[in-house]
Design a binder for this molecule. Structure first.
Ligand code: 3HC
Ligand code: NAI
Length: 691
């Protein structure tokens, strides 16, 4: 028997009020059946004499999260959202949007077409389309400025910011914040509603001052994730003052459709789903997270302080341990500094900062960790020190407490092996600055229990991090690829390039910073120590770059010593080219008998990217990362890879195959003896199959 498809849109009548319920789990995206249902029901209710008011409301946890992004890879099927919006505006009866959860993108555009918008206090509204490489495509760039003026609309649309209901009310983009059950509130609202239409399309755009407009445009262009979308969004919003409403909507829609088909948008959509998939571990789906009510952090250095702040920000109490009072005081100063800057920058009130700091328990006494459910170690990167710390912690912690290391490279299994609880040990690799960077590599040891991993994922959510699961291996996912890339960039120096040429080629590609500027920022001594540690495992016949050792031997550790790959006179934060370094590089080339040659930016980029792609294929084959998309999520969120390019593997999957393989051949030839080629073909095919 054929089953009849149940529509995700239904009407529930209460006297003369009609509730149009959108029920399309998990987030009520406007998939084609939803669009069809909305158009059908609104058109029918418009002609229904028994209905005075229509309420749009979402079933489940949200109003409407926006377009179904999965449909963006193919031509959109009719009816499209503008047709629903036209039906709402055409209807002579008032239509109310009753918002709980989220009204985003097309969901908020539908709400903007309604005559009234009410929302629960915790609801969010916004137009996040640019974060997906498109612009609002159903009148959002035209209706929003009619409520806020062009300058505010530019700020909201180009940042894609999600605005909480109380602020949305202050901005005038919703009409009321209601408490209690949203349906009940909507019913009350509908009963007392003036029976009138209030079409935003008929309003004038309030005038923004030239100064506000200039500032909004300047801010929008600063650090934009998707530059093309931001540029087109600004144009579209300004059209609200330049063109008649209908004409501006046509231009907006054309831009939306064009951008939807761009590689930039495909990359950002890919990352949207990749980020959610990264936290999925099929073999532990049933494990239940352990409760985490108190956290301990060991080591109050750069990382320990930031990690402590991440937990304090989430409202959890943190016991912070150091080895001596001086180091503890320095850590506390760092933490207070973070909160002082937060207050000064208007990101929190001084009261909020105080509340969070109140949850911090600094101490030198390890025994104070006895009540902690999770302890994160962030002491020096040295196996012997970490093992000794793990032994001590194991003796102090209560049964069932989870023991994590923030190590950048070291073997988690070797740490677990010195404890009596290897199943409760894992890596939680934060990125610097730990309170700001979203990425968190969750490193699964050979013995790590399923519920410990599930707990780590739950903790990540609590502290608003983006977890990616990695297996044990030198540098896990990110640092392993980054090390290979950095070494290859150093080899290019010995062949003829200079640091500023490599850095500018990589920033021209879109990386936030070049490898040498990054090295100077994080300190060259860290790489130096890692190289010394790994030296015994290296094949002496393999090519290995020398310049970094020379710099470190000369006491040039980067910004902190005023000199590294670049020179930083008088505490400057931007380095200047140092002829001494270039001479040092020339000397190493000569010693190695290399005839220097010049590199084009494109050659540098391909060689660097081929290295990342190859290393990714190698670690995928070893099972260090579970999926190609996990690698991309790590590189984009932890290493400044441009999100609009989707990550190195997504980027490679969109290039002609011959070009990728040719770059791998060049890389293999240049690296020479010992080069290991990864199964890049398979990885690319795997990615293309997903699309
Ligand atoms: N399309 C398709 N699937 C979506 C989706 C969307 N717009 N939004 C969320 N999902 C899926 C997620 O992939 C996830 O699926 P999974 O369970 O299989 O992994 C599931 O819904 C739940 O999502 P989250 O894990 O993100 O759930 P949260 O409760 O944490 O967050 C949310 C809910 C705030 C709605 C968040 O999902 C979100 O921000 N979604 C994206 C909203 C957005 O960007 N909308 C704009 C779309 S563009 C547009 O509307 C164009 C228009 O102008 C024409
Ligand atoms: P850091 O040198 O700034 O801080 C380490 C702190 O640990 C010091 O304050 C030291 O006094 C303290 N410490 C040492 N032994 C201790 C002990 N037995 N008990 C209590 N405290 C002790 O180092 P940083 O940069 O914070 O690194 C810490 C860890 O985080 C390392 O494993 C590092 O590899 C890792 N990491 C570092 C990143 C970075 O960018 N700095 C990024 C990600 C991870």
């Amino acid at each position: 028997m054929a089953t009849q498809q149940v529509s995700p849109v239904r009407v529930e009548r209460e006297d003369d009020i009609a509730f149009v319920v959108i029920d399309n789990p998990p987030v009520n995206a406007t998939s084609q059946p939803v669009r069809e249902g909305l158009l059908r029901e609104i058109s029918a209710l418009a002609d229904d004499a028994g209905v005075s008011t229509i309420v749009l409301i979402g079933a489940g946890k949200t109003f409407i999260a926006g377009a179904d992004i999965r449909e963006f890879d193919r031509p959109l099927r009719d009816p499209q959202v503008p047709a629903i919006i036209a039906a709402i505006e055409k209807c002579e009866k008032p239509v109310v949007a009753a918002i709980h959860g989220a009204a985003l993108g097309g969901g908020f555009e539908i709400a903007l077409a309604c005559d009234d918008r009410i929302a629960t206090p915790d609801a969010v509204v916004g137009l996040p389309e640019v974060t997906l490489g498109v612009i609002p495509g159903a009148g959002g760039t035209q209706r929003l400025p009619r409520l806020t003026g062009v300058a505010t609309a530019i700020e909201l649309i180009t940042s894609g910011r999600r605005v909480k209901a109380p602020e949305a009310q202050r901005l005038g983009i919703i009409d009321g914040v209601v408490s209690g059950d949203i349906r009940e509130a909507a019913r009350r609202h509908a009963r007392h509603l003036a029976k009138r239409k209030r079409r935003l399309s008929a309003l004038f755009v309030p005038v923004s001052s030239d100064e506000a407009l200039k500032k909004a445009i300047e801010n929008a262009n600063k650090g934009a994730r998707a530059r093309t979308a931001v540029k087109e969004a600004i144009e579209a919003i300004q059209n609200s003052e330049r063109l008649p409403f209908g004409e501006a909507c046509v231009v907006e829609r054309a831009s939306f459709q064009r951008l939807r088909e761009s590689e930039e948008s495909a990359a950002l959509r890919y990352l949207f789903f990749a980020e959610r998939e990264a936290a999925r571990i099929p073999d532990i789906a049933d494990a239940v997270a352990r409760p985490i009510a108190a956290v301990g952090v060991l080591g109050a250095g750069t990382m320990g302080s930031g990690i402590a702040v991440s937990f304090l920000d989430a409202g959890l109490p943190v016991t912070l341990i150091e080895q001596d009072q001086e180091a503890l005081d320095r850590g506390l100063e760092r933490i207070h500094g973070i909160y002082d800057r937060g207050v000064q920058g208007g990101r929190m009130t001084s009261q909020e900062a105080e509340q969070r700091l109140h949850q911090l328990r600094p101490t030198l006494d390890l025994k104070q960790l006895v009540q902690s459910d999770l302890v994160i170690e962030a002491v020096f990167e040295d196996m012997a020190i970490k093992q000794s710390v793990f032994r001590e912690l194991d003796a102090v912690l209560k049964g069932g407490a989870i023991l994590a290391s923030n190590t950048s490279y070291l073997n988690i299994d070797a740490l677990a092996s010195v404890t009596s609880r290897p199943a409760d040990v894992l890596g939680l690799h934060f990125f610097s600055p730990a309170n700001i960077m979203r990425l968190l590599e969750v490193v699964r040891g050979a013995a790590t229990a399923g519920d410990v991993l599930t707990t780590a994922l739950a903790v990540a959510k609590t502290i608003r991090k983006l977890p990616v699961i990695a297996r044990v291996g030198e540098g896990f996912i990110g640092n392993r690829i980054y090390s290979a890339y950095r070494i290859q960039c150093e080899l290019m120096l010995e062949e003829g390039a200079y640091p500023d040429e490599v850095d500018s080629a990589m920033t021209a590609f879109g990386l936030a910073m070049g490898p040498f500027a990054v090295g100077d920022l994080s300190g060259l001594d860290i790489s130096w120590r890692t190289r010394q540690r790994l030296a015994p495992t290296r094949d002496p016949k393999a090519r290995f770059p020398q310049v970094l050792d020379r710099l470190c031997e000369a006491g040039r550790f980067g910004q902190k010593t005023g000199a590294g790959w670049y020179r930083y006179p008088d505490g400057a934060r931007r380095g200047t080219v140092d002829p001494e370094v270039n001479a040092m590089i020339d000397k190493v080339s000569a010693e190695k008998g290399i005839t220097r040659r010049s590199f084009t930016a494109e050659e540098i980029q391909w060689r660097a990217l081929a290295t990342m792609i190859n290393e990714a294929a190698l670690l995928l084959a070893e099972g260090i990362a579970a999926r190609p998309s996990d690698v991309d999520v790590v590189l984009v969120n932890g290493y400044g890879f441009p999100p609009q390019k989707g990550g190195p593997l997504f980027w490679a999957s969109r290039r002609p195959r011959e070009q990728v393989f040719q770059a791998l051949d060049v890389l293999a030839a240049a690296t020479g003896y010992g080069f290991q080629r990864g199964g890049v073909e398979g990885v690319i095919e795997n990615l293309q199959k997903r699309e």
